[in-house]
Design a protein around this ligand. Structure first.
Ligand code: XMP
Length: 527
């Protein structure tokens, strides 16, 4: 099969700003069909370009009961392509086709039971666990809405309801338009994947052609086409994204790739130096190391706002790369290990800051006046897809499954102002935590673990001597996609051991706490 064929069937998700929109894309790709997310204002142009086999309309924070709410572009209803509206997406379908939506008296959040009233291709083959203990045809679904459909447009049929929501699944079989009030993309909806598979395979008639295993040749050839004979520089952080990017670029460009490792002073340096030297040795990568510690601390001095810190770090990195570029006129490109989640989370798609979470430095933070072109070979891939590509490239498992380390480094794990002394304390504490997780076999069981520095001092006593030093918090989360995450219930003996070691070995920390907040409502990083 030619690699181009894997994109033959294509599902387009139109984003209305839901925090779960990218999960929809992930679920569809996991089924084996290529899928991308777009803002509705680009829909017309992109639909004629990509000719999707199906369109999914995401949820979102807006309300169709609001004058001037975000609309589905009308032409979408006149093209003969199946449509699935989720939450806001369904409500917008209903209102625009002549039904009604009202603010409900009671919001519905979390898991609820769906009662199936009629057969539909969309919900065919449901696993019906709850039938074991109830007489009703009930299944668990995950809801998050305040508005709800109160009457459906002509030609639509009610398929399922919940206690508080009369129209939880609707369909217009002739026009192939479907609506769900709940969120099939969230793992708590037990049959979510069955719904997506039914939509994509049975309704949109897509073949399962796409897999990250099959796209290395295409990425490599795209890089060659884009870059031509020019040289490329890549910032190597030691993380999986920049590592996989480096190996792909090297495959495409050989010695035209120059990797730059910037010691920003805000890294867990011991670990990263080990990785960088392994990379030089194993892949013969051309790596230039630059010590820019002073520069970073100078620019970050006195800055406490998290967003400003991210922006500054992006600017300093860009300045360093600009300087390197000027040294060699054949370098025309800057490569970055940006992945799809970075892109999606950084763009406030509705251009409304209320819907904005945080800017990932390698997307939002780069200045506009850069002297180079940007190439981001992984920017359409999710983390687990990047890992699959990495394994296919034969990068060692331990490097591929290292916990993610954010681009802005320790700067977003030190609350408020970033100081070198804080970084040193934090790195030591972090090394201890990671060492103990490895020792007790927990490193691979958690998705991400790290220590956060809290700039507050607390009284302690050690060997009859009063201490008045800093507090750190341990954080360990379990997640599939980093969009939602559960804090890990680490055993007390492990927490106890880490806490004792930090207090005894790191002079300057007098208290250790454990963060027991999940995402949402918290984010994984503290800033
Ligand atoms: P949050 O804190 O948004 O983190 O729940 C989700 C995942 O993204 C990582 N993260 C970043 N990665 N640049 C990155 O490369 C960034 O600016 C950034 N901010 C957060 C975070 O470590 C977690 O894995």
């Amino acid at each position: 099969m030619s690699y181009k064929n894997i994109y033959k069937n294509y599902i387009m998700v139109i984003d209305f700003g839901s925090q779960y929109s990218q999960l929809i894309v992930k679920r569809i790709r996991e089924i084996g069909v290529y899928c991308e997310l777009f803002a509705s204002k680009y829909a017309k142009k992109l639909i004629s370009k990509f000719k999707p086999s199906g369109i999914i309309l995401s949820g979102g924070p807006d309300s169709v009961t609001r004058f001037n709410s975000v609309k589905i572009p009308d032409f979408i209803f006149s093209i003969d392509v199946p449509i699935l509206g989720i939450c806001y997406g369904m409500q917008a379908i209903v209102v625009q086709l002549g039904g009604t939506v009202n603010r409900s008296i009671r919001s519905e959040f979390g898991c609820t039971k769906l009662k199936i009233l009629s057969k539909s291709k969309l919900i065919n083959g449901f696993r019906n666990d709850s039938l074991l203990y109830t007489n009703y045809n009930l299944v668990n679904v995950w809801m998050s809405h305040t508005d709800q459909v109160s009457s459906i447009p002509h030609g639509f049929k009610k398929i399922a309801s919940t206690k508080n929501c009369p129209y939880a699944v609707i369909e217009n079989i002739n026009r192939k338009i479907y609506g769900l009030q709940f969120h099939p993309e969230v793992t708590h909806t037990i049959n979510g994947n069955i719904i997506f598979k039914n939509f994509v395979v049975n309704i949109c008639k897509c073949k399962l052609l796409w897999s990250p295993f099959k796209i290395i040749d295409q990425i490599v050839s795209d890089i060659r086409d884009t870059v031509g004979n020019n040289k490329v520089i890549l910032g190597l952080s030691g993380g999986v994204d920049s590592l996989v990017t480096a190996i792909l670029l090297q495959k495409a460009l050989g010695n035209k790739l120059i990797c730059i490792f910037v010691d920003s002073g805000i890294l867990c340096i011991r670990d990263i130096i080990r990785i960088i030297s392994k990379l030089k040795e194993k892949y013969k990568l051309n790596v230039i190391s630059i010590n820019a510690e002073k520069k970073f601390f100078k620019y970050l001095s006195g800055v406490t706002d998290p967003e400003l810190k991210r922006k500054i770090i992006g600017h300093v990195f860009a300045e360093i790369f600009n300087n390197e570029l000027k040294k060699d006129k054949d370098i025309k490109w800057l490569a970055q290990g940006t992945i799809y989640s970075d892109v999606i989370e950084s763009i406030s798609i509705l251009n409304n800051n209320n819907y904005f979470i945080k800017s990932h430095h390698n997307v939002g933070g780069l200045p506009k006046n850069m002297f180079f072109n940007l190439i981001e070979p992984l920017k359409l891939f999710f983390k687990d897809e990047v890992r699959t590509i990495g394994l296919k490239l034969k990068i060692p498992y331990d490097m591929i499954y290292r916990h993610p380390f954010p681009g802005p480094g320790l700067a977003i794990r030190i609350l408020g102002e970033v100081k070198k002394s804080y970084c040193l304390l934090l790195s030591q504490a972090n090394d201890i935590f990671i060492e103990e997780l490895h020792r007790y076999g927990f490193y691979k069981k958690v998705s991400q673990a790290f220590v956060v520095f809290l700039p507050i001092r607390s009284v302690g006593i050690m060997g009859d001597i009063r201490k008045y030093t800093w507090v750190v918090s341990l954080r360990a989360v379990l997640t599939k996609d980093f969009m939602t995450a559960e804090y890990v219930k680490l055993p007390y003996f492990l927490l106890d051991c880490v806490s004792r070691r930090i207090i005894n070995e790191v002079d300057g920390i007098s208290r250790v706490v454990y963060d027991i907040t999940s995402k949402p409502p918290a984010t994984i990083e503290w800033e």
